[in-house]
Design a protein around this ligand. Structure first.
Ligand code: PLP
Length: 399
C-alpha cells in the first residue's frame, strides 16, 4: 500500500467511507418480489418475463426483447444469433468489462481490439475501419459510462462491410442518440442488470432487436435450442408434449422473481437518470477548470443516462500518478474504482497471443483514470465531499 495520509492534518473530508456505486431499492421493489412469491405464479417462464420484455421494448425502442440471466449471457446469445463462429473476427474496445470480448471467444471467434476516441473514451470508428478484414463478422461497440457510441458512423462501416453491429449497452439503459433510445440502433443491443448498473434484477440481462429472424434465434439459444413452435421443427409434432431441440443452446433464462424486481426498478429509471446527470454535471463543473484534471467529453448526439463518472488525471501536472491519486482519495474516505483494465492485459488474453501496445490511447487512458462515486442515493453532501477531496488532492499535489 502507498500510505498517503489525508491532506488536512490527517483529517479526512468525511468520517464515513463512500463507495463508487450502490443499488437503490425501495418498498415497491420489496413488494414486487414478495408478490411473485405469494401469488402462486410461475417462478420462471411466467407472466413477469413477458411483462418485462414489453417494458424493455418500450424503453429501448425495439420490437423484440429477450430477458436472460445476465449481461454476459445476453452478449453470448447475441453473438450466437449473429452467427459468429470459428474463424470469425469480432471487433471491440479494450476499455470494457471482459465479457464484451469473451462473448466472441465463447463462439470460437477472435476478438480484435480497436482503439478508443481520446475525448469520449468510446470505440473510435476510424480504428474500427482500420481493423476490418475479410474475416470480420461483427462489431461489439460498448456504450462506455452510458454515453452512446458514434453509432451512425459504426452503422455505415458495418453496412459497407456486411458486419453485424452489436451494442453492449450494459451502461446505457435510458440513453438516447439523436432522440432515439439506444436499444434499437444496432442489430442487437444487450443490457445488464447487475447490482452496480443503473437498474438491477440482482443478476440479469436482455437482448433487444428489431429483426424477427434474430429474435427467433435468441429465443432458441436462451433455452437449450429447444422449440415448441411447429414451424421451426424438422418433424410433425407427435402430441401436445412434443418439442424439438434444433440447435445447441443454454439455460440462460431469467426468473420471474428477478423480472418482478426489474419491472419495479424500471419505474424509477427516469429518476435515476436525472439524478445521475445532476451529479455528473456538478462534477464536470467542479473539475473542468482544473488543469490537473480532464473531463470526459460527450458527443452532442448522446442524451446520456450516466452509469460511471470517470475522473482523468493529467500526470504531467501532478506530483503523483493515478495510484497515488487513488490512494489519496481513499485516505479521504472516498473509495473509488478503475474502469477498466484493458481486456487484453489479462493473463488469459496474453496466452492467446495479445500483447501491450495494441491500443495506445486506451492504454494511456487506463493509466490516468479513476471512477468516482456515482449513484442515485448519493446525497448532495456526499457529492460535495467527493468534489472537495478531489480538488484538495489535485491542488496539493499540483506541480
Ligand atoms: C456489467 C457489464 C457486462 C456484464 O454484465 P453481467 O450482467 O455482469 O454479466 C458486460 N459489459 C459491460 C460493459 C458491463 O459493464
Amino acid at each position: 500500500m502507498n500510505d498517503i495520509p489525508a491532506i488536512e492534518g490527517g483529517v479526512p473530508v468525511r468520517d464515513r467511507k463512500i463507495y463508487y456505486g450502490h443499488q437503490y431499492l425501495d418498498e415497491a421493489d420489496y413488494r414486487a418480489v414478495q408478490n411473485v412469491l405469494q401469488s402462486g405464479a410461475d417462478l420462471t417462464c411466467g407472466p413477469r418475463i413477458g411483462e418485462l420484455e414489453r417494458r424493455l421494448c418500450e424503453i429501448g425502442g425495439a420490437r423484440y426483447a429477450v430477458a436472460v440471466s445476465s449481461g454476459t449471457a445476453a452478449l453470448h446469445i447475441a453473438c450466437l444469433a449473429a452467427g459468429i463462429g470459428e474463424g470469425d473476427e469480432v471487433i471491440t474496445t479494450p476499455i470494457t468489462f471482459a465479457a464484451s470480448a469473451n462473448c466472441a471467444l465463447y463462439c470460437g471467434a477472435r476478438p480484435v481490439f480497436a482503439d478508443i476516441d481520446d475525448r469520449t473514451y468510446n470505440i473510435d470508428p476510424q480504428s474500427v475501419l482500420a481493423h476490418v478484414t475479410p474475416r470480420t463478422r461483427a462489431v461489439v461497440a460498448v456504450d462506455y459510462t452510458g454515453q452512446s457510441t458514434q453509432i451512425d458512423e459504426l452503422r455505415q462501416i458495418c453496412k459497407k462491410y456486411n458486419l453485424l453491429l452489436i451494442t453492449d449497452g450494459a451502461h446505457s439503459i435510458g440513453t438516447r442518440y439523436k432522440g432515439q433510445p439506444t436499444g434499437s440502433l444496432a442489430d442487437l443491443t444487450t443490457f445488464s442488470f447487475h447490482p452496480v448498473k443503473t437498474v438491477t434484477a440482482g443478476e440479469g440481462g436482455a437482448v433487444l432487436t428489431n429483426d424477427p429472424a434474430l429474435y427467433q434465434k435468441l429465443l432458441l439459444y436462451r433455452s437449450h435450442g429447444i422449440t415448441r413452435d411447429p414451424s421451426q421443427m424438422e418433424n410433425e409434432p407427435e402430441g401436445p408434449w412434443y418439442y424439438e431441440q434444433v440447435a445447441l443452446g443454454y439455460n440462460n433464462r431469467m426468473t420471474d422473481i428477478q423480472a418482478a424486481l426489474l419491472i419495479s426498478q424500471l419505474e424509477k429509471l427516469e429518476r435515476f437518470k436525472a439524478r445521475r446527470r445532476q451529479i455528473t454535471a456538478r462534477y464536470d463543473e467542479a473539475f473542468s477548470g482544473m488543469e490537473q484534471l480532464r473531463v470526459q467529453e460527450e458527443i452532442p448526439e448522446s442524451d446520456t443516462a450516466r452509469h460511471l463518472y470517470i475522473l482523468r488525471i493529467r500526470p504531467e501536472k501532478l506530483r503523483i500518478d493515478r495510484r497515488g491519486f487513488f490512494d489519496a482519495l481513499a485516505a479521504e474516505n472516498i473509495c473509488c474504482n478503475v474502469h477498466y483494465i484493458p481486456v487484453y492485459y489479462f493473463p488469459y488474453y496474453r496466452k492467446l497471443g495479445y500483447s501491450r501496445g495494441l491500443c495506445p490511447k486506451a492504454e494511456k487512458l487506463y493509466e490516468e483514470i479513476i471512477t468516482l462515486p456515482l449513484y442515485y442515493a448519493m446525497s448532495d453532501q456526499d457529492v460535495d465531499d467527493v468534489i472537495r477531496a478531489v480538488r484538495r488532492i489535485a491542488g496539493y499535489y499540483a506541480v
